[in-house]
Design a protein around this ligand. Structure first.
Ligand code: MSP
Length: 535
């Protein structure tokens, strides 16, 4: 019953540009938590909404697998880094399935198709004179795999404990020249106000660029101390700095699929017989606020130097806390999406995170807040509407849809246009609020028209028909609107309505598609009430 996400074979490539959307690639050795899940669900909702609008979409997610921490953790477990990554990658992919993500591809940075493209792109940048070698004297955070200077010290002279052990270091490395790019980037951000969403994040980047001299970026680590990385093609005694490796996943994947825009700058990257997909430039990179600088400063500069177009938009979401505290594995203060889904269902989790937190600000998870929305908005709101509407149609009309009636049509039509507009602007939380305006209106309609009373009076049979049609048709439109957010529930609702296709086209949200004489399927509660308290 649940429609499968479109795989590659279902993408009608024919070289028309896909709407290409990506998530950050998660560190493979991290623990998948609410924050990772939120980002992937937000991206999934946008991808599904675009598909429902009839666009060809390519949704990419994946894993960041190189670096010192992975190398050390694998060693500590007596495994090869690759075996260690492969085992963890399976777990992450299982989480993606649990979240019902409709990604078209899952990239891992240790895949040869990625590594080859990274090397080709680095050679190109090297030939273009973007790199130089220099000696670095300073400090190094092993935990964050980053160089620090005295400027990074706190007022008391120490480094933030978040950096972990900091060691003094003298080392030769390759650097990417960034200074000359500062002024065009400022101009670009100022003349492309949509590039970073929301606006206050763009202002943050502009503030940083206007008030600081952009330091050149160290792009290598000596293989003498780090082997788990992609060797620099022009000097194999170094591996690529993990962030450069990671950012390039957004173009290595298109290259692997024969993307003409990437192949134009990198003809040698054409994979054997790969089907061609037109992906680049990305339409949206969805990322968290902590990695904004990498995406809004380093990434555009890298792309420009490679001769590749810049992405259309960077969507920057905030961070989740739990009970107003940082989520942390060490304190056990973590929301595990899989555990919540096992208890409450996939769509309850998807609903809550998108309804609770708009793309932009920070949010906090509380079990009580989750439970309250589950009962008020899913069980008593949507679930109750669908259940009583369809049950009454079964009871009073043997589950057969009565003649069309348009009493709720204006409200529904207005809801559809507003929700679609909000979805087009990536205002997902607002779109859900709009949709729930319809859920509430329809529940109120049941209370006002009291079909259970109408059913007692044969003289009101016609009125009862009208009310039941309006309710059934509203439920159908709701399924179509809800598809990007709650795909399983939407499909389930369509099945209960006796409709065999998937509710995955917004065109079907037009009023009046349910024909008279149509028979409902089996009716069952969408969101069972759970009155016992959360653990
Ligand atoms: N590997 C890098 C990203 C490379 S992208 C080219 C990375 N990985 S991460 O695992 O630390 O984070 C992955 C994403 O999850 C980031 O966008 C990050 O902001 C997001 N989140 C991690 N913790 C989060 C919360 N507590 N709340 C919301 N999102 C958070 O950074």
């Amino acid at each position: 019953m649940i429609a499968k996400p479109p795989g590659l074979s279902q993408i009608d490539a024919r070289m028309s540009k896909c709407f290409y959307i990506t998530t950050a690639i998660d560190y493979v050795n991290g623990q998948p938590h609410l924050g990772h899940a939120y980002e992937k669900i937000v991206t999934d909702v946008i991808a599904r909404a675009r598909r429902s609008r009839g666009e060809t979409v390519f949704f990419l997610t994946g894993l960041d697998e190189h670096g010192q921490k992975v190398q050390q953790a694998a060693l500590a477990e007596g495994q090869s880094p690759q075996a260690y990554c492969d085992a963890l990658a399976k777990d992450w992919q299982a989480v993606a399935a649990t979240l019902n993500l409709s990604h078209n591809e899952f990239i891992c940075t240790t895949q040869p198709r990625h590594q080859q493209v990274v090397q080709a792109l680095l050679s190109r940048l090297h030939r273009g004179g973007n790199f130089y070698k220099a000696e670095y004297r300073g400090f190094y955070s092993l935990k964050e795999e980053t160089f620090l200077t005295d400027k990074d010290r706190r007022a008391d002279g120490t480094f933030d404990p978040a950096y972990g052990e900091v060691v003094a270091l003298t080392e030769e490395n390759y650097y990417f020249k960034l200074r000359e790019h500062q002024s065009w980037l400022i101009d670009y951000l100022e003349s492309n106000p949509r590039f970073i969403y929301p606006d206050y994040r763009r202002n943050e980047v502009l503030g940083f660029l206007k008030n600081n001299v952009l330091e050149d970026l160290c792009i290598s680590r000596p293989s003498a101390r780090l082997t788990w990385g992609i060797p620099l093609p022009f000097d194999p005694s170094y591996v690529t700095y993990v962030w450069l490796d990671a950012l390039l996943n957004y173009v290595s994947l298109p290259a692997a699929h024969g993307d003409p825009a990437v192949l134009e700058v990198l003809p040698a990257a054409r994979g054997p017989g790969s089907e061609a997909l037109a992906l680049w430039p990305a339409d949206a990179h969805v990322i968290g606020k902590d990695i904004l600088k990498f995406h809004a400063v380093y990434w555009p500069i890298l792309l420009k130097q490679l001769g590749l177009a810049l992405p259309q938009q960077i969507l920057v979401h905030g961070w989740w806390q739990k009970d107003r505290m940082k989520m942390s594995k060490t304190t056990g203060n973590v929301v595990d999406p899989v555990a919540v889904i096992e208890e409450w269902g996939q769509d309850a989790f998807r609903y809550y995170v998108v309804r609770e937190l708009d793309i932009g600000p920070d949010g906090t998870w509380t079990d009580a807040g989750f439970q309250a929305r589950y009962h008020a908005e899913l069980a008593n709101g949507l679930g109750n509407l669908v259940n009583r509407s369809l049950a009454m149609l079964k009871r009073y009309r043997q589950g057969i849809v009565t003649a069309r009636s348009d009493e709720l049509a204006p409200f529904v039509t207005q809801t559809v246009s507003q929700a679609l507009k909000q979805l087009g602007e990536n205002r997902l939380q607002a779109a859900l609020q709009t949709i729930w305006g319809l859920v509430n209106r329809a529940n109120q309609y049941v209370d006002q028209t009291a079909p259970f009373k109408l059913a007692k009076e044969p003289a009101h049979a016609r009125r009862l028909d009208e009310v039941l049609y309006n309710l059934a048709e509203t439920c159908r439109v709701l399924a179509v609107l809800l598809w990007p957010f709650l795909p399983t529930t939407a499909a389930n609702l369509y099945a209960q309505l006796g409709l065999s296709e998937a509710p995955d086209k917004f065109a079907e949200a037009a009023w009046g598609r349910l024909p008279a004489g149509h028979t409902l399927g089996a009716v069952a509660p969408l969101f069972p009430r759970k009155d016992r308290a959360l653990k």
